[in-house]
Design a protein around this ligand. Sequence first.
Ligand code: ZN
Length: 294
Amino acid sequence: MSLRKGQHEGLISFETFQRIQDNLAGRKRLPAARKDFNEDFPLRGFVQCGCCGNAMTAAWSKGCRRHYAYYRCETRGCEAKSKSVPRAKMEDAFAEIMESVQPARDLFDLAKAMLRDAWDMRLAVAHGEKDELEKQLKDVDRQIESLLDRIVDATSASVVSAYEARIEKLERHKIVLAERVETTVPPRGRLEDCIELALKFLANPWNLYKNGDFTLRQTVLRLVFSEPLKYGQNGVYGTPELSFPFKYLAGISESKSEMVRAVGVEPTRAHGPTDFKSGMSTIPSRPHWLGKGL
Ligand SMILES: [Zn+2]
């Protein structure tokens, strides 16, 4: 079933949704394993040295009176090797990037409307599939009934057992179909939940990051950026490569007026590349980053 198979192609897996939801609700999770050293450095492994492209490491270093946290490149031969960047400096600049990623309110409302349309379309397709499965189920029932009738009329034992074998096969098929009928259309509440969660994430990834634990922070990093960030020797990050949703929202903001018109009238119409300053040639009728399933 396409609706189920797509489960892991989505922007966010259900498990992640759940984790984000728990976080938003402030629910207590199981106590995490021993607080890892790495947890002091959430950007460790994610940020690359702008000079050599290798992941930067991080550590505490002992000063005269206290310990200092810093990131640095440890790659042999790299020009930036062992040049320490104070943790605060690196993480403050990162915070600025995250804050800039946040879509504007009106843009966000537009994304919300599109998301709802996409879900509604998906739901309509699922209902169609369910109807089809129910038809098949009725058909199997009819076949079983007619076989039962034939058994009654049958005179030879071998014919009876052949019919019985076919009935058994049909009964098994019936179970499979019945199960698919049950699962084709996701419960309405669950869809709503997922929309809300996706929107919360899109609206405020920085908040989630700030208030999240180490694991959630790693998840947010992976969801917001399509590539690791590069930290230059000049103390500035390279241009961030955003993941599709954020890139998409940024693209909309560049050509918002055309977008609003197009989405409002004919969401599936393809546009010539000249229609959009952002260079997007089409408006997906359902954002594919939602994945095919829940
Ligand atoms: Zn380096």
